[in-house]
Design a protein around this ligand. Structure first.
Ligand code: NAP
Length: 289
C-alpha cells in the first residue's frame, strides 16, 4: 500500500478549514502564522510558498516576510522579538537554512515557545522528551499520523530510524518509542546498516541521499517511511532516500516522494498554528498525544 500524504493532508486540511471557519464568531479572528524567509534559495522559496498556499486552504492568515540574506543577526532577532510581542500573531516560523552569519540556534531560541509552530524551541524539545505538553515537530508528527491513518500497528514492532537530526531522526524515534515500538537509531557511523535495516518492521529513513536504501536492505512486508527530499542525479527529478521502484513490491506500506511525508509536514504546521492560537485563547486540552 502506498500511503498518499497528499490525500491524507487534503482531508485533514479540509477538516481544519471547517473548524477555522467558526473562529471569527467564537474568538474574533482567525489564527495568524508569520513566516520569515531570509534570502532567495529556490527550495526555501518553494517551501514558504507551500506554507502560504496551505494557510489559504485552511483559512489561516499567513504573512510572509522576506528579508535579504544581508540582514544582520541582530536585525532578524529584533524582528522575531517584535512578533513575539504582537498579540495578533500566533505562530512564527523562520525558514531554515539561514545564511552562515546568522546563528540558527539563537533564532530558534528567540522565538517565543508559545509561538514556536515548528516545535524546535529547546523548551518544546525538552518537554517532548519529558512527555510534557508541547508543540510536536511537524515532520515527526506527520509521520505518526500517516502510520496511524494506514492502520499500521506500532506497539511492540521493531522500528529502525536512519538519521539522528534534531528535526527528524531523533524526534521520530522518540514518538515511535512513545507508541511502544522498540526503536534503534542508525547514523553515518553505524556498522553493517543493511543487516540492521533488514530486521526493521518499520523503517524510517531521513538521511538526504538519493535512493540510498536499496531493495536488499528491506525485508518482505516492512513498513517504509521515506523522509528524504533529493534530486535524482540521473533524471533531475525529486526523489527520496529510498529506491522506491525496488522496495515498493516488497513493502507492506510505503510513502512516495514527492507526495508522502512532505505534504503531511505542512499539514501538521497548520495544525500546530491552530493549536497555538487555541492555547492563546485559553483552550488547554492540546498537544502531547
Ligand atoms: P541531516 O541533519 O543532514 O541528518 C542526516 C542524518 O543522516 C544524520 O544523522 C547522518 O548521520 C545520517 N546519515 C548520513 N549519511 C548516512 C549514511 N551513509 N548511513 C547512515 N546514516 C547516514 O538531515 P535532516 O534534516 O534530518 O533531513 C534528512 C532528509 O530529510 C533530507 O533529505 C531533508 O531534505 C529531508 N527532510 C524532509 C522533510 C519533509 O517534510 N519531507 C522535512 C525535513 C527534512 P550522522 O548524525 O552520523 O551525521
Amino acid at each position: 500500500m502506498v500511503i498518499s500524504g497528499k490525500e491524507l493532508s487534503a482531508r485533514l486540511k479540509s477538516e481544519m478549514a471547517a473548524e477555522v471557519a467558526g473562529f471569527p464568531e467564537k474568538y474574533g479572528r482567525v489564527p495568524h502564522l508569520v513566516v520569515i524567509l531570509v534570502g532567495d534559495d529556490p527550495a526555501s522559496v518553494s517551501y514558504v510558498t507551500g506554507k502560504a498556499k496551505a494557510s489559504q486552504t485552511v483559512g489561516i492568515k499567513n504573512t510572509t516576510i522576506r528579508k535579504p540574506d544581508s540582514i544582520s543577526e541582530d536585525e532578524l532577532l529584533g524582528l522575531i522579538r517584535q512578533l513575539n510581542d504582537d498579540e495578533e500573531v500566533d505562530g512564527i516560523l523562520v525558514q531554515l537554512p539561514l545564511p552562515a552569519h546568522i546563528s540558527e540556534s539563537k533564532v530558534i531560541e528567540t522565538i517565543d515557545k508559545s509561538k514556536d509552530v515548528d516545535g524546535f524551541h529547546p523548551l518544546n524539545v525538552a518537554a517532548l522528551w519529558q512527555k510534557q505538553p508541547c508543540t510536536l515537530p511537524c515532520t515527526p508528527k506527520g509521520i505518526i499520523r500517516m502510520l496511524k491513518a494506514a492502520g499500521v500497528e506500532i506497539k511492540g514492532r521493531r522500528a529502525v530510524v536512519i538519521g539522528r537530526s534534531n528535526i527528524v531522526g531523533l524526534p521520530v524515534a522518540k514518538l515511535l518509542l512513545d507508541e511502544n515500538a522498540t526503536v534503534t537509531i542508525a547514523h553515518s557511523k553505524t556498522k553493517d546498516l543493511p543487516s540492521l535495516t533488514r530486521q526493521a518492521e518499520i523503517l524510517v529513513v531521513a538521511i538526504g541521499r538519493p535512493k540510498f536504501v536499496t531493495g536488499d536492505m528491506v525485508s518482505e512486508g516492512a513498513v517504509v517511511i521515506d523522509v528524504g527530499v533529493n534530486r535524482d542525479p540521473e533524471t533531475g527529478k525529486l526523489c527520496g532516500d529510498v529506491d522506491f521502484a525496488a522496495i515498493e513490491p516488497k513493502a507492506s506500506v510505503i510513502t512516495p516522494v514527492p507526495g508522502g511525508v512532505g505534504p503531511m509536514t505542512i499539514c501538521c504546521l497548520m495544525e500546530n498554528t491552530i493549536e497555538c492560537f487555541l492555547k492563546r485563547h485559553g483552550y488547554s486540552e492540546i498537544c502531547a498525544e
